[in-house]
Design a protein around this ligand. Structure first.
Ligand SMILES: [Zn+2]
Ligand SMILES: [Zn+2]
Ligand SMILES: [Zn+2]
Ligand SMILES: [Zn+2]
Ligand SMILES: [Zn+2]
Ligand SMILES: [Zn+2]
Ligand SMILES: [Zn+2]
Ligand SMILES: [Zn+2]
Length: 245
Protein backbone atom coordinates (compact mmCIF):
# COMPACT_ATOMS: atom_id res chain seq x y z
CA UNK A 1 0.00 0.00 0.00
CA UNK A 2 1.37 3.45 -0.84
CA UNK A 3 2.41 5.49 2.14
CA UNK A 4 0.29 8.47 2.99
CA UNK A 5 1.88 11.75 2.06
CA UNK A 6 3.20 13.52 5.11
CA UNK A 7 2.64 17.23 5.63
CA UNK A 8 6.30 17.86 4.99
CA UNK A 9 6.20 16.15 1.65
CA UNK A 10 3.06 17.89 0.56
CA UNK A 11 4.68 21.19 1.37
CA UNK A 12 7.72 20.27 -0.63
CA UNK A 13 5.62 19.42 -3.67
CA UNK A 14 3.68 22.64 -3.42
CA UNK A 15 6.91 24.54 -3.27
CA UNK A 16 8.24 22.82 -6.35
CA UNK A 17 5.11 23.67 -8.27
CA UNK A 18 5.53 27.24 -7.16
CA UNK A 19 9.06 27.51 -8.45
CA UNK A 20 8.01 25.99 -11.74
CA UNK A 21 5.43 28.69 -12.18
CA UNK A 22 7.95 31.42 -11.47
CA UNK A 23 10.39 29.88 -13.92
CA UNK A 24 7.83 29.63 -16.68
CA UNK A 25 6.84 33.26 -16.28
CA UNK A 26 10.47 34.21 -16.88
CA UNK A 27 10.57 32.11 -20.02
CA UNK A 28 7.49 33.82 -21.29
CA UNK A 29 9.28 37.14 -21.37
CA UNK A 30 11.41 35.95 -24.28
CA UNK A 31 8.43 34.81 -26.26
CA UNK A 32 8.87 37.25 -29.12
CA UNK A 33 12.27 35.72 -29.79
CA UNK A 34 11.02 32.17 -30.19
CA UNK A 35 10.94 30.89 -33.81
CA UNK A 36 7.34 29.66 -33.51
CA UNK A 37 6.40 33.27 -32.80
CA UNK A 38 8.44 34.86 -35.61
CA UNK A 39 6.88 37.26 -38.07
CA UNK A 40 6.03 35.80 -41.45
CA UNK A 41 4.70 37.26 -44.69
CA UNK A 42 2.56 34.85 -46.69
CA UNK A 43 4.14 33.71 -49.99
CA UNK A 44 0.86 34.08 -51.75
CA UNK A 45 -1.24 36.90 -50.29
CA UNK A 46 1.63 38.75 -48.62
CA UNK A 47 -0.20 39.34 -45.37
CA UNK A 48 1.82 39.65 -42.19
CA UNK A 49 1.24 37.07 -39.49
CA UNK A 50 2.88 34.69 -37.05
CA UNK A 51 5.10 31.90 -38.40
CA UNK A 52 2.78 29.05 -39.43
CA UNK A 53 2.63 26.17 -41.88
CA UNK A 54 -0.44 27.43 -43.73
CA UNK A 55 -1.37 31.07 -44.19
CA UNK A 56 -3.99 32.13 -41.65
CA UNK A 57 -5.77 34.23 -44.28
CA UNK A 58 -5.55 32.31 -47.58
CA UNK A 59 -4.47 28.85 -46.30
CA UNK A 60 -1.57 28.70 -48.77
CA UNK A 61 1.19 26.26 -47.87
CA UNK A 62 4.37 28.26 -47.32
CA UNK A 63 7.28 27.50 -49.64
CA UNK A 64 10.09 28.12 -47.16
CA UNK A 65 9.05 26.88 -43.73
CA UNK A 66 10.98 28.02 -40.67
CA UNK A 67 11.33 25.42 -37.93
CA UNK A 68 9.23 26.33 -34.88
CA UNK A 69 11.93 25.02 -32.57
CA UNK A 70 15.37 25.88 -33.99
CA UNK A 71 14.37 28.61 -36.45
CA UNK A 72 16.21 27.23 -39.46
CA UNK A 73 14.81 27.38 -43.00
CA UNK A 74 17.55 25.27 -44.56
CA UNK A 75 19.00 22.01 -43.29
CA UNK A 76 22.76 21.59 -43.74
CA UNK A 77 22.73 18.32 -41.80
CA UNK A 78 25.56 19.56 -39.59
CA UNK A 79 24.18 18.12 -36.38
CA UNK A 80 23.40 14.87 -38.17
CA UNK A 81 20.19 14.15 -36.29
CA UNK A 82 17.96 14.32 -39.37
CA UNK A 83 15.24 11.68 -39.36
CA UNK A 84 15.41 11.63 -43.16
CA UNK A 85 19.04 11.43 -44.27
CA UNK A 86 20.17 13.66 -47.08
CA UNK A 87 23.94 13.18 -47.30
CA UNK A 88 25.88 15.80 -49.17
CA UNK A 89 22.90 18.00 -49.99
CA UNK A 90 21.05 20.88 -48.37
CA UNK A 91 17.31 20.73 -48.09
CA UNK A 92 14.68 23.43 -47.76
CA UNK A 93 10.91 23.60 -48.00
CA UNK A 94 8.94 20.40 -47.52
CA UNK A 95 12.18 18.42 -47.74
CA UNK A 96 13.22 19.87 -44.41
CA UNK A 97 10.11 19.53 -42.27
CA UNK A 98 8.85 16.65 -40.21
CA UNK A 99 5.66 17.75 -38.47
CA UNK A 100 3.29 20.61 -37.74
CA UNK A 101 2.96 21.61 -34.10
CA UNK A 102 -0.63 21.42 -32.86
CA UNK A 103 -0.11 24.34 -30.52
CA UNK A 104 1.64 26.95 -32.63
CA UNK A 105 0.61 25.72 -36.10
CA UNK A 106 4.15 26.06 -37.41
CA UNK A 107 6.37 23.45 -39.06
CA UNK A 108 8.97 21.58 -37.05
CA UNK A 109 12.07 20.52 -39.00
CA UNK A 110 13.07 16.90 -39.46
CA UNK A 111 15.82 17.06 -36.84
CA UNK A 112 15.29 14.43 -34.16
CA UNK A 113 15.83 16.89 -31.31
CA UNK A 114 13.32 19.37 -32.70
CA UNK A 115 10.75 16.69 -33.46
CA UNK A 116 10.94 15.10 -30.04
CA UNK A 117 11.22 18.23 -27.94
CA UNK A 118 9.09 20.88 -29.58
CA UNK A 119 5.51 19.85 -28.85
CA UNK A 120 6.14 19.21 -25.17
CA UNK A 121 7.88 22.54 -24.76
CA UNK A 122 5.98 24.67 -27.25
CA UNK A 123 5.83 28.13 -25.66
CA UNK A 124 2.49 28.79 -27.33
CA UNK A 125 0.71 25.96 -25.53
CA UNK A 126 -2.45 27.43 -23.99
CA UNK A 127 -1.47 30.85 -25.28
CA UNK A 128 -4.98 32.29 -25.09
CA UNK A 129 -5.21 36.06 -24.94
CA UNK A 130 -6.31 37.18 -21.48
CA UNK A 131 -8.49 39.91 -23.02
CA UNK A 132 -10.34 38.26 -25.91
CA UNK A 133 -9.69 34.56 -25.03
CA UNK A 134 -8.59 33.81 -28.59
CA UNK A 135 -5.86 31.21 -29.04
CA UNK A 136 -3.22 30.75 -31.74
CA UNK A 137 -5.82 29.17 -34.01
CA UNK A 138 -8.26 32.05 -33.73
CA UNK A 139 -6.12 34.97 -34.89
CA UNK A 140 -3.24 35.32 -37.29
CA UNK A 141 -0.91 37.50 -35.30
CA UNK A 142 1.95 36.94 -32.93
CA UNK A 143 1.55 36.26 -29.24
CA UNK A 144 2.85 38.62 -26.58
CA UNK A 145 3.23 38.48 -22.83
CA UNK A 146 2.19 41.35 -20.59
CA UNK A 147 5.29 42.59 -18.70
CA UNK A 148 3.15 43.35 -15.65
CA UNK A 149 0.88 40.37 -15.15
CA UNK A 150 2.65 37.82 -17.40
CA UNK A 151 -0.56 36.79 -19.09
CA UNK A 152 -0.71 36.07 -22.82
CA UNK A 153 -1.93 38.81 -25.16
CA UNK A 154 -2.84 38.85 -28.83
CA UNK A 155 -1.41 41.46 -31.17
CA UNK A 156 -4.65 43.47 -31.15
CA UNK A 157 -4.97 43.73 -27.40
CA UNK A 158 -1.38 44.05 -26.26
CA UNK A 159 -1.04 47.83 -25.99
CA UNK A 160 -4.45 48.58 -24.59
CA UNK A 161 -4.11 45.83 -22.01
CA UNK A 162 -0.63 46.90 -20.94
CA UNK A 163 -1.74 50.48 -20.49
CA UNK A 164 -4.52 49.43 -18.13
CA UNK A 165 -2.47 46.71 -16.45
CA UNK A 166 0.31 48.94 -15.18
CA UNK A 167 -1.41 50.43 -12.16
CA UNK A 168 -2.13 48.90 -8.80
CA UNK A 169 -5.73 48.81 -7.70
CA UNK A 170 -5.03 50.56 -4.45
CA UNK A 171 -3.05 53.68 -5.12
CA UNK A 172 -2.39 53.81 -1.40
CA UNK A 173 -0.24 50.65 -1.44
CA UNK A 174 -1.82 49.26 1.70
CA UNK A 175 -1.47 45.62 2.69
CA UNK A 176 -4.72 43.81 1.90
CA UNK A 177 -4.62 41.94 5.20
CA UNK A 178 -3.74 44.60 7.74
CA UNK A 179 -3.80 48.02 6.06
CA UNK A 180 -0.17 48.72 6.91
CA UNK A 181 1.99 50.00 4.07
CA UNK A 182 2.63 47.05 1.74
CA UNK A 183 6.23 46.60 0.63
CA UNK A 184 5.43 43.87 -1.89
CA UNK A 185 3.17 44.27 -4.88
CA UNK A 186 1.73 41.65 -7.18
CA UNK A 187 1.27 43.08 -10.64
CA UNK A 188 -1.03 40.28 -11.64
CA UNK A 189 -3.52 40.64 -8.77
CA UNK A 190 -2.80 44.36 -8.34
CA UNK A 191 -2.53 43.89 -4.60
CA UNK A 192 0.02 44.89 -1.97
CA UNK A 193 1.26 42.91 1.01
CA UNK A 194 3.28 43.87 4.06
CA UNK A 195 6.39 41.97 5.20
CA UNK A 196 4.32 39.71 7.46
CA UNK A 197 1.41 38.93 5.20
CA UNK A 198 3.41 38.22 2.06
CA UNK A 199 4.57 35.02 3.73
CA UNK A 200 2.47 31.93 3.93
CA UNK A 201 2.72 29.58 6.88
CA UNK A 202 4.90 26.55 6.34
CA UNK A 203 6.35 27.79 3.10
CA UNK A 204 10.12 28.01 2.71
CA UNK A 205 11.34 31.07 0.86
CA UNK A 206 14.53 31.63 -1.04
CA UNK A 207 16.29 34.64 0.45
CA UNK A 208 17.63 35.83 -2.86
CA UNK A 209 14.36 35.74 -4.74
CA UNK A 210 11.40 38.08 -4.58
CA UNK A 211 8.44 36.67 -2.66
CA UNK A 212 5.79 34.97 -4.72
CA UNK A 213 2.30 36.44 -4.41
CA UNK A 214 0.35 34.54 -1.73
CA UNK A 215 -2.70 34.58 -3.95
CA UNK A 216 -1.50 33.70 -7.44
CA UNK A 217 2.23 32.80 -7.06
CA UNK A 218 3.32 35.45 -9.53
CA UNK A 219 6.65 37.02 -8.53
CA UNK A 220 6.07 40.24 -6.61
CA UNK A 221 7.98 43.50 -6.92
CA UNK A 222 9.04 45.89 -4.21
CA UNK A 223 6.39 48.60 -4.07
CA UNK A 224 8.97 51.33 -3.47
CA UNK A 225 10.72 50.42 -6.72
CA UNK A 226 7.58 51.04 -8.68
CA UNK A 227 8.02 54.76 -8.83
CA UNK A 228 5.98 56.71 -11.31
CA UNK A 229 8.93 57.19 -13.64
CA UNK A 230 9.46 53.46 -13.80
CA UNK A 231 5.85 52.84 -14.67
CA UNK A 232 6.18 55.32 -17.47
CA UNK A 233 9.39 53.86 -18.84
CA UNK A 234 7.97 50.36 -18.65
CA UNK A 235 4.86 51.48 -20.44
CA UNK A 236 6.88 53.19 -23.15
CA UNK A 237 8.95 50.17 -23.98
CA UNK A 238 6.57 48.34 -26.33
CA UNK A 239 5.78 51.55 -28.18
CA UNK A 240 9.47 52.22 -28.74
CA UNK A 241 10.25 48.77 -30.04
CA UNK A 242 7.41 49.11 -32.50
CA UNK A 243 8.84 52.34 -33.85
CA UNK A 244 12.23 50.78 -34.54
CA UNK A 245 10.78 48.33 -37.00
ZN1 LIG B 1 -1.81 34.00 -47.52
ZN1 LIG C 1 14.43 22.46 -36.05
ZN1 LIG D 1 18.22 17.49 -42.44
ZN1 LIG E 1 4.71 24.71 -31.26
ZN1 LIG F 1 -6.80 39.43 -27.63
ZN1 LIG G 1 -1.20 42.54 -17.85
ZN1 LIG H 1 -0.15 43.01 6.38
ZN1 LIG I 1 -0.91 37.79 -7.29
Amino acid sequence: MPKKKTGQRKKHEKQKLHQKKIQSSKEKQDLVERPCNFNMDCDKCGRKQKNRAFCYFCQALQRLPVCAQCGKAKCMMKSGDCVVKHPGSFTTGLGMVGAICDFCEAWVCHGRVCLTSHACSCPLRDADCIECQRGVWDHGGRIFVCPYCSNFLCEDDQFEHQASCQTLQTETYKCVSCNKLGQHSCLRCKLCWCDDHIKRKGFKYDEKQAFPCPKCSHTTSATKDLSMSEWVSLAMRPALSLKQK
